[in-house]
Ligand binder design. Sequence first.
Ligand SMILES: [Zn+2]
Length: 327
Amino acid sequence: MLTVMDALPAGLTDCEPKEVPEVLSGPTLIHLPGQADSPIFVSILLHGNEITGLLAMQRILKYYRNRELPRSLSLFVGNVRAAGAGKRMLPGQPDYNRIWSSGTTPEHDMTREILERMRRVNPVACIDIHNNTGRNPMYTVVARRERAHLSLASRFSKKVVYATNPDTTCSAAFSELCPAVAVESGLPGEPEGIDAVVRYVSAGLELPDPIHHVEFDIDLFHTVAVVKVAPSRTCGPVGEDVDLELDPTIERHNFKEIPPGTRLGWVRTNDPGLIEVQQYEPATSESWLQIQDGELTVARTVMPAMLTSDPDIIKWDCLCYLMERLQ
Ligand SMILES: [Zn+2]
């Protein structure tokens, strides 16, 4: 299902996100030569509605239309069909950022082929560009705490999340080959996010070979748990007939340490299995969340990320991740 090209297909730099399927027939890996041989791998549209990566790369590629790239670029355009529909993914498709480990689907075969091809050309870095669905600051996610990975991350934002789960993401797989980050560039299509990604990838293309890793000053967080709503249960805004009514202002808690007792929503069911907290660390005796007097609150000081009030995202992914600061 993978198409490999060694030139930019006509129309890619000018199309609207929903027109990508008119330019590409499906997932496509495009190798573009530059002065420095070892490429930067950039991945966009793994989630079809997360358009900032495409809009930023269009701007960069237009700039370099009649100029030589300072460094080779391997651009992967992921879920083309979902981009055409403006959706994260289509019914029946796997999540394209959960297919980068061993598996038996055609999508797993595709990611295995990409990793094999990229291994042969010695990438200097992997930048996988995403958007958030809720209000979050811009940040990066790394799967390794080594200096090169943190240095690469620090060039985008001071906020860096160290997450070893899920381990089926693009950036986690590339961490075996080179410094790798997932970039979370705010809400889809926001101008500040596009500007930040253009600056980041442009600077990456101009890094010397071999890359020297700068001193960095970062705030490093570690994801300790993911919070899900039981698939059999419903959630939504206050006033709807759902099992969990979400506080409309919860997204403001993202990347803030919130104290015990902070309310996330109101519970309208007696099901003790309403909320599923999957811990990544060996389980501690303390719990993270509690349900008391019909309210869902946090039980101890914690920092949420990707906390969302969007019922679809909660169903597909999660209510939020919980993080702790790492020294
Ligand atoms: Zn994404």
